[in-house]
Write a protein that binds this ligand. Sequence first.
Ligand code: FEO
Length: 392
Amino acid sequence: MQKRKIKDRIYWLGAVDWDRRLFDSLIPLPDGTSYNVYLIEGSEKNALLDTVDPPKADELMRQLEGVSKIDFLVSHHAEQDHSGSIPRVLERFPEAKVVTTPKAKGMLIDLLRIPEDAFITVEDGKELSLGDKTLKFIHTPWVHWPETMVTYLKEDHILFSCDFYGSHIATSDLFVTEQGRVYEAAKRYFAEIMMPFRNVIEKNIEKLEGYDIRMIAPSHGQIYDNPAWIKEAYRDWVTGTPHNLVVLPFVSMHGSTQEMVDHLTATLVENGVSVELFSLPVTDIGKLAMSLVDAATVVVGTPTVLAGPHPLAAYATFLANALRPKVRFLSIIGSYGWGGKTVETLGGMVPNLKVEVLEPVVCKGLPRETDFKALDDLAAAIANRHRELNLL
Ligand code: FEO
């Protein structure tokens, strides 16, 4: 794709990665992604905002063939999907200065061996004139790494937000066309990338509140020409109350845990509580992360294997702990053959979650009447807790 005009002397460049299916060797990308680069031509100077993932560098360099000069190469974020092609751009435009935060400078030197004299560092709130267009740099740590910043283009009221407000979507449409699709992708992105830093992101959202932002141009996915809804969605994901929802990731080896999961699900629904089940051997971990954005309660279902939780249940629990959702209650259900430390092991894996642990239910072999009764009690306890929080 060639460079595309967004507004007068503001262009999209970059690459659409239609086939990418995994990010950081961890995160599923069912819809691919894009690496957005922006070119701003001022009356005196030109700025290029970010670059692309190195495998896509040739595409960016072709788009830059007709560009006479780059004075400033703004690096919002040192992660290589945006910074990885900076060395290639500097080869072509050796006079360009890399403009970034002091913290990002060190990281870019470490990660990409960019020479120290190539940099100009900018403090929070610093402005840079391109002539008739002015870039204002706003430090936004932890969206997604500690060094991140965004750029506000004052005269055009555009926020170049890098990972912030991004979504992993490959599409030929420059601007948001299907809001529902982008909402889903942006929520998945938030869950996987932003949720662990929810508290800092809340502060960054507040920090941007004073700006008249009429367009948000992120570094992944489509541009928001009507950004109100995505800003509102972020507010909800970050600070909104959890929903009347139990997220139940589970694995069953010989059917006992499955029977418990089915019984608990039915009883929760009878109690007026919504449930989302994730069978871990087949689940899309991104879908699980998205549900954690809203869940008030998590129940992990697992058999005992090798004296502890099934490794898939341990993985899901580790992930939930790392993502730090605003979940309020946690429990564990499952079965064992002769013993083990499943509950203790899983219970010790969630130090980041500020949750009340509700009485786990574990049974020997297939569940009996007393076990089903214990599951009924757990469902009632969850419904009561949700009621006390006015979620039900
Ligand atoms: Fe899109 Fe954190 O990089």
